[in-house]
Design a protein around this ligand. Structure first.
Ligand code: NAD
Length: 260
């Protein structure tokens, strides 16, 4: 049986790739596309319903899974609407504040809700091995990260970089907010031991690069993930949507739950 999808942010970079993959696949069916009032005109209503508000569309799609790649406030609204109508929802948006993340966690008690700052299988395997590397190398290795994205990305550092940073800090028994350095300028003195640097580079059409450096005396290890296209994120989101049809509300599901 195919998984029915309603895509929010359908005219966007991620949304358009997801819609194309759904249309090309026999495992998924596109029930609806949603985008803002300004951009909904870019969507063709030939194959499915189109709206500028998820609430106008969802009552006609009772068993569909909503996928949302938009902006934090919009995704929160989508999660509220999905909870109102009982539809599972997969969110890929990044840049949520702590308070907004708390609201998502709360909505996850009402409706099956999945969120991941990075839907790529490769990145999520990396998230598993980074703490192991950190523990094995020990505290004498300085940890730095550089992330690179296209010039239209709105949040910095990327959600993925922050998630990676949290795992690295946890492996050292620290909280990322206590040790993160994302700005160096002027006479800043020696690098404090235990600091985790996360720097962002923006330009062109770079889909996403994350490189973690472990730097010790006389050697350096670099672990790097390069996204070549948006398809790997889109395929991860669709896999999550199919997986979510069997889940119950209770807590925020992530790629870790799906990949085991
Ligand atoms: P984008 O700007 O190309 O697309 C966002 C779309 O949302 C636009 O079409 C915009 O018009 C639409 N939108 C804005 N307001 C809306 C509203 N009120 N209702 C419906 N639609 C609305 O951005 P993008 O590159 O596709 O990225 C979207 C988000 O996904 C960002 O937060 C980005 O960081 C994140 N992202 C996550 C992953 C992942 O794997 N989790 C991968 C890539 C991007």
């Amino acid at each position: 049986m195919s998984t029915n999808i309603v895509m929010v942010g359908a005219a966007g970079r991620m949304g358009s790739v997801i819609c194309r993959l759904v249309v090309e696949s026999v495992d998924y069916a596109l029930m609806g596309m949603v985008d803002s009032k300004e951009r909904v005109g870019l969507l063709s209503a030939d194959t499915c319903s189109v709206a500028d508000d998820l609430a106008a569309l969802l009552p006609q799609c009772p068993d569909a899974v909503v996928i949302d790649f938009t902006a934090p406030a919009v995704s929160l609204h989508s999660a509220e609407v999905a909870a109102r109508y009982g539809n599972a929802i997969v969110i890929g948006t990044t840049g949520f504040s702590e308070a907004q993340m708390g609201e998502l966690q709360h909505l996850a008690t009402k409706v099956p809700l999945f969120w991941s700052s990075n839907m790529s299988v490769g990145v999520n395997v990396l998230l598993k091995i980074l703490p192991e590397l950190t523990s094995a190398l020990g505290p004498d290795y300085d940890i730095e990260m550089v992330e690179m994205h296209h010039n239209r990305k709105k949040d910095s550092p990327s959600g993925t970089a922050l998630t990676m940073g949290e795992r690295l800090a946890q492996a050292r028994g620290q909280k990322l907010e206590d040790v993160r350095c994302s700005e160096r300028n002027g006479i800043i003195g020696e690098r404090p031991k235990g600091q985790i640097g996360i720097q962002a580079v923006r330009g062109g059409d770079v889909v996403g690069v994350h490189t973690v450096y472990f730097m010790g005396a006389g050697e350096r290890i670099e672990v790097s993930h390069h996204a070549h296209s948006r398809e790997n994120f889109a395929r991860g989101a669709l896999r999550a949507a199919a997986w979510m049809t069997g889940q119950k509300p209770g807590r925020l599901y992530t790629m870790v739950d799906m990949l085991g």
